[in-house]
Design a protein around this ligand. Structure first.
Ligand code: GAL
Length: 434
């Protein structure tokens, strides 16, 4: 099984990570701010409709910064926020497919680079290449090559990236850890985590807050654990079909996944990812493993001083990249505004304004780093130094068909915690997708 066949592109473009294929340039040149030229205004088009799933407080605040960057150059244009709630786009992606297949696209929509962009939107012919815009704006000089590879299909660019999230982060309540004498570091292991969970259990504190109503949160917990058991290089290779899903390190990751449920919040099935974050802010649970949009959530709720962060246990040296960007549709209702939206969203200023609210780092490597908060500096340092790998839960690593099969299987797993059945489902899903 190799997912590459299904999306007709060179393997370097799928896997950001393994030693042979790592392609993301370091963010070493942060700090050289570069402004783009002002753009002509809307040309008689009165509206701009932007589709995303950014509705939680931090997500919405970040999106507003992008809107403001567009409105600064296009003050007459009404911006329509067509966001559909649901973590990781679970509802938005379904609603968008309905619109696209009915030939009713918004003016631009959110997508992750890699498998999701290519399989959902480029191959079916829903996106217009933005290759000329990339040339005109000089974007090839300011985005890391590994990111450019992930948005390039048959030599054409199909997305404008706005921010880079790190998926393999575990956030914690500082006071809860201090009260229980637990000390952790970026180098900690899964066994260290379970030792801490044991201490917390004895003290009657839930170790892990999980928002299992968002299926992606469970898949992400699994993939972070798999990244730990496989290591970055082999985690990259599993998406190439070079490592089988029947590998014993996959078994090990599933066994760990089952163990988290010994000390998880009892209402995990009812909470979304941000509801789980609230438990950590409140000190009702100690940890939550989540992409760093959680940091944006904490900022929006003024909770950032109560939380700390480290690598998901066992994943030091890896950066699980979850990159967000916006498309140019075929048949955009307001094509001039759509183009100006992409120019604004791709600018260094907009990305610098967006990132702190969203918990991301700018996708451009020339964004002004002087204003980075402590969290962003940690993340940017990791992005520059560590092995960058793609995410299954956020569409980059494998085609939608495989992702859907894993989502289905993990919902069953949470109920029965049957390691063998879940692993068999992964093997079959990979066969089906290959
Ligand atoms: C991801 C997306 C992030 C964040 C998260 C939770 O898929 O890339 O920007 O919004 O979902 O909704």
């Amino acid at each position: 099984m190799s997912f590459l066949k299904s999306i007709r592109i060179n393997r370097r473009k799928i896997v950001l990570g393994s030693a042979a294929t790592v392609a993301v340039a370091p963010f070493a040149n942060y700090g050289i701010g570069a402004a783009q030229d002002a753009t002509p205004a809307g040309d008689g088009e009165e509206q701009l409709e932007i589709f995303s799933w950014w509705t939680t407080p931090g997500e919405a605040a970040g999106l507003q910064e992008l809107f403001d960057a567009f409105s600064a150059g296009n003050p007459e244009v009404e911006v329509i926020n067509a966001a559909v709630a649901g973590g990781a786009g679970s509802n938005a992606q379904v609603a968008l497919q309905t619109r696209l297949s009915a030939n009713q696209p918004p003016d631009s929509w959110q997508s992750h680079p890699g498998a999701e962009l290519f399989a959902r939107y480029v191959e079916p012919g829903y996106t217009e290449p933005v290759t000329a815009l990339w040339e005109e704006q000089g974007w090839h000089d300011v985005f890391p090559q590994g990111v450019v590879d992930q948005i390039t299909f048959d030599g054409e660019q199909h997305l404008v990236p706005v921010g880079v999230h790190r998926g393999n982060v575990i956030f914690y309540n500082k006071q809860v850890l201090a009260d229980n004498g637990i000390e952790i570091s970026d180098d900690w292991t899964l066994d260290d985590y379970f030792a801490a969970a044991g201490t917390l259990s004895e003290a009657g504190v839930a170790s892990l807050a999980l928002g299992g109503r968002d299926t992606f949160a469970i898949v992400q917990l699994f993939e972070n654990t798999l990244l730990a058991t496989l290591g970055a290089e082999d985690f990259g290779r599993i998406w190439l079909g070079e490592i089988g899903w029947d590998d014993e390190r996959v078994t090990q990751a599933i066994e760990y996944l089952a163990r988290y449920f010994d000390s998880v919040n009892s209402d995990q099935a009812a909470l979304t990812w941000d509801g789980a974050a609230d438990l950590v802010y409140a000190g009702t649970a100690a940890f939550t493993s989540m992409g760093d949009w959680l940091y944006g959530d904490a900022v929006a709720k003024e909770q950032q001083d109560n939380i700390g962060w480290v690598n998901h246990p066992g994943t030091g040296g890896s950066f699980a990249a979850v990159i967000d960007g916006f498309t140019m549709p075929v048949g955009a209702p307001h094509p001039v505004n759509a183009r100006n939206w992409l120019i604004a969203a791709g600018s260094a200023e907009a990305q610098a304004a967006f990132a702190p609210f969203k918990g991301a780092i700018p996708a451009r490597s020339d964004a002004d780093a002087s204003g980075f908060n402590e969290y962003m500096q940690w993340s940017a340092g990791s992005f520059g130094a560590d092995t960058v790998v793609p995410s299954l839960a956020h569409g980059g690593a494998a085609p939608p068909q495989f992702q859907t099969s894993v989502n289905d299987a993990i919902i069953t797993f949470v109920v029965d915690l049957d390691v063998a059945i879940f692993q068999e489902a992964l093997v079959l899903a990979a066969e089906d997708a290959g």
